[in-house]
Design a binder for this molecule. Structure first.
Ligand code: 8YV
Length: 314
């Protein structure tokens, strides 16, 4: 029996590519990103995408494949996929939630502590020889017991809150509606949240409702002793406002794993001494990426086996 034809995006490790090629006829998206670079007779055979990365997945791509029926996303965030257009064409969309929640929450907590205690600066203090020649590294900021705000109490936001509760941190959170929590304080405004906390963690899903939800006003409310942690998407923060807030010390510091224009981020970040920068690596462990790839494939296989999709979003 012939294998279904799919298009794969970006690179896969062998632990993903081997089983994917065993089950499907895999056609890599050309480096140009232009579907027209795939021969039309192949495009007409394509029934699914093994989508990966953060490039725009819109009608200009989807409509080059007349028999496309499924977009299986590698990642929990699917903000670059035009789900409304997919739905209008009857194209199903899946993502890979849950398997990466712990990794993302772990990194958010690690970034918060590393930034608050300037662990990277302190490590450089040792390796530069300054410790031996100039004495102790500068005093930093305590984490335990400080008030933590979570903007977006989904799976990942909740996992971060549970971790910070173990540091005896009072938890405040913003969400579109109040949630069932172990006594955490709900606020219906991000500005109000920012004004009440020492650390503000951004874990909202990206979309039209959350674009620049961390605004100049929110950063001013967070204040000169406040710290921002972003593990959601770059677009959830007004990046110009953030850079100015860091330059002017409107906020104390920021720990960021996501940015506009990744990986060629705004060069102004490189000149700041109060940021901790990570290369969008919150789910980037071998264990988790293997689980993400398996879940993406499981959705593809379920689709072609006419079984229920495991993690549909549309
Ligand atoms: C990506 C992520 O999956 O899951 C998400 O939404 O942002 C990441 O884990 C990763 O960058 C691979 O594209």
């Amino acid at each position: 029996m012939s294998k279904p034809h799919i298009v794969s995006f970006e690179e896969y490790n062998e632990w993903d590519s081997k089983p994917m090629n065993e089950r499907f006829e895999v056609h890599p998206m050309p480096a140009s990103g232009d579907p027209a670079d795939i021969p039309e007779d192949i495009r007409n055979k394509i029934e699914a995408f093994a989508f990966k990365g953060h490039s725009a997945m819109d009608a200009s791509i989807m409509d080059q494949f007349p028999n496309l029926r499924l977009i299986a996303n590698y990642g929990v965030g699917y903000d670059t996929i035009d789900v409304d257009h997919a739905r209008s064409r009857g194209i199903k969309v899946t993502n890979t939630p849950d398997v990466l929640t712990d990794d993302v929450a772990d990194l958010a907590v690690g970034m918060l502590i590393a930034c608050s205690r300037d662990m990277i600066g302190a490590s450089n203090w040792v390796t530069s020889g300054n410790w031996a020649t100039s004495g102790a590294h500068s005093l930093q900021t305590k984490v335990s017991g400080k008030t933590v705000g979570i903007a977006g109490l989904g799976r990942i936001g909740r996992a971060i809150a549970e971790r910070m509760q173990a540091f005896n941190c009072p938890i405040h959170y913003y969400s579109r509606s109040e949630k069932d929590t172990p006594g955490w304080t709900y606020v219906s405004s991000v500005v109000e949240l920012a004004s009440a906390v020492d650390f503000l963690v951004v874990s909202v899903s990206a979309g039209p409702e959350t674009t620049s939800i961390i605004s100049k006003e929110v950063l001013e409310a967070l204040g000169p002793d406040g710290m921002l942690v972003n593990i959601s998407r770059g677009v959830t923060v007004d990046e110009d406002a953030l850079i100015m807030a860091l330059e002017n010390r409107t906020i104390k510091s920021a720990a960021l794993d996501v940015f506009y224009n990744e990986p060629k981020i705004d060069q102004r970040f490189m000149k700041l001494d109060n940021v901790l920068l990570q290369p969008h690596q919150s789910s980037a462990t071998t264990e988790t990426r293997k689980l993400m790839g398996k879940l993406q494939r499981d959705n593809l296989e379920a689709f072609f086996d006419d079984k229920p999709l495991l993690t549909p979003v549309a």
